[in-house]
Design a binder for this molecule. Structure first.
Ligand code: ZN
Ligand code: ZN
Length: 180
């Protein structure tokens, strides 16, 4: 029992130390960042938590199985890295969480909204040196909207560029389902 308590204390201390490395403007803590990697049955590609406001359903290489991804950027990254052909069945309206046919949605790309990865933060890998997160498979972020007005409203506070599905996936092996 005593041993268990001291382990618990060490665990808490560890979390506290991680918390110290959090930069004031990070928005999400480093602890959130690591926890997002530990969710069971998350994104089919990266294992991150699948968020209700950004989830994406897709099929790979004409396979029947429908899989889930954390965001459309994660899908595009996978297609670029593997050369797999990926058909996106639906994306999610960031506002209403409603499922949308990918080519009917409008996208805010590279905004400061990063549900998956969080904004770049200083990661305290050790006490001696700090590593800056420079690349993330879910960045630049891609947020889907049903209404262009909503995309424009979010752009005003969170920056980014508004793109159609066609522009977003140009020169990739990612395509849209043609079903409603
Ligand atoms: Zn992912
Ligand atoms: Zn993602």
């Amino acid at each position: 029992m005593k041993k268990r308590l001291s382990l618990l204390a060490m665990f808490s201390l560890g979390l506290t130390l991680i918390g110290v490395g959090e930069s004031a403007d990070a928005g999400r803590s480093v602890r959130d960042y690591f926890e997002s990697w530990l969710q069971p049955s998350g994104c089919s590609f990266c294992g991150r938590r699948v968020h209700a406001d950004m989830q994406v359903a897709f099929q790979k290489n004409n396979e029947e199985t429908v899989l889930m991804a954390c965001c459309l950027r994660c899908v595009i990254t996978e297609a670029e890295q593997t050369g797999d052909r990926i058909r996106v069945l639906w994306v999610t309206d960031y506002v209403s969480h409603e499922r949308l046919r990918p080519d009917k949605a409008i996208y805010l790309v590279g905004s400061t909204i990063n549900s998956d990865s969080g904004p770049p933060v200083e990661v305290p890998w050790s006490r001696r040196e700090q590593s800056e997160l420079e690349w993330d498979r879910c960045l630049p972020s891609v947020i889907a909207f049903r209404k262009r007005d909503d995309a424009v409203a979010f752009q005003q506070t969170s920056e980014g560029e508004i793109l159609s599905f066609q522009d977003l996936v140009a020169a990739t092996n990612v395509s849209s389902s043609t079903l409603p």
